[in-house]
Design a protein around this ligand. Structure first.
Ligand code: 5HY
Length: 258
């Protein structure tokens, strides 16, 4: 199977680190196609960055409509439900994937993320995903996302220290890493922490394999049905959902409007 791993920020160094982590856990028959958004923010550190990043994400999906599954490799899960509307292939967001994975391994977890404003956004995701009962706390390290591009000793130690505080103060049973750029820190942290450390990129890849392997597809009933065909105007006209015919029903396709 082929999993399309899309980094919605424009850091190719971060994409390469995520691709390495994803390939390490992928099953022998799985190909990871990792791509970086061609347009959008250098890093995603707020609601505005997230909103704008969705265009670069959609561009990458439209450029490759036949992947077996898609992974949105940003902890804010930007555009997750929009992306699910566009395809029947499973689409995984790394925050959702990581939080669910944590609940299979522990009764509680804490998230360790980057900036304080990201902490607030992650807390909203916790509520959105119904994870309040399991998530003890979301913790910020005050590390900007791009400092994780080439993590060195300083970054490792800052994240590790916050994980230790989570174990000590939150009494959590697992740690969820709250940034795609932390995928490369997993081995360092797992070697030093007595609890499961969950990185969303690898969690999402393994869940994608399970869903595809189990023959499961994204629902096309209700709100995840294909977007309704209609005109879009101005600079976004090319993103208008259109209709492809001939499959027994008329349905918009992610590649139809290219
Ligand atoms: C991420 N930002 O995973 C997020 C998370 C964060 O560019 N990739 C980003 O720390 O805000």
């Amino acid at each position: 199977m082929r999993i399309k791993l899309i980094n919605p920020n424009t850091s190719s160094a971060m994409t390469e680190a995520m691709a390495r982590a994803a390939r390490e856990v992928a099953s022998p028959g799985t190909r990871i196609d990792a791509v970086t958004a061609a347009s959008g923010p250098a890093s995603i550190e707020g609601h505005y960055d997230e909103a704008i990043s969705v265009i670069g994400l959609i561009d990458q999906m439209r450029a490759d409509p036949d992947a077996d599954a898609y992974v949105i490799a940003c902890f804010g899960d930007p555009g997750l439900l929009a992306a699910r509307e566009l395809t029947e292939a499973p689409v995984l967001g790394i925050a959702e994937a990581a939080m669910h994975t944590a609940t299979f391994l522990a009764t509680s977890f804490s998230v360790v993320t980057t900036l304080d404003r990201t902490r607030i956004i992650s807390e909203a995701l916790v509520r959105n995903y119904g994870m309040q009962a399991a998530c003890r706390r979301v913790r910020a390290t005050d590390l900007p996302v791009l400092e994780l591009e080439e993590p060195g000793d300083r970054v490792n130690e800052i994240v590790f220290a916050e994980c230790l505080r989570a174990l000590d103060q939150d009494r959590c049973g697992a740690i969820v890493l709250g940034c795609a750029g932390m995928a490369g820190l997993v081995d360092y942290l797992r070697a030093r922490l007595p609890v499961p450390v969950i990185d969303g990129v690898t969690a999402a890849v393994k869940i994608a394999e399970a869903l595809v392997g189990g023959g499961l597809r994204t629902s096309k009933h209700g709100d995840l049905a294909y977007p309704l065909p209609k005109a879009y105007s101005g600079s976004l006209a090319a993103y208008a959902p259109s209709v492809r015919e001939g499959l027994g029903e008329q349905r918009p396709e992610i590649h139809a409007a290219r």
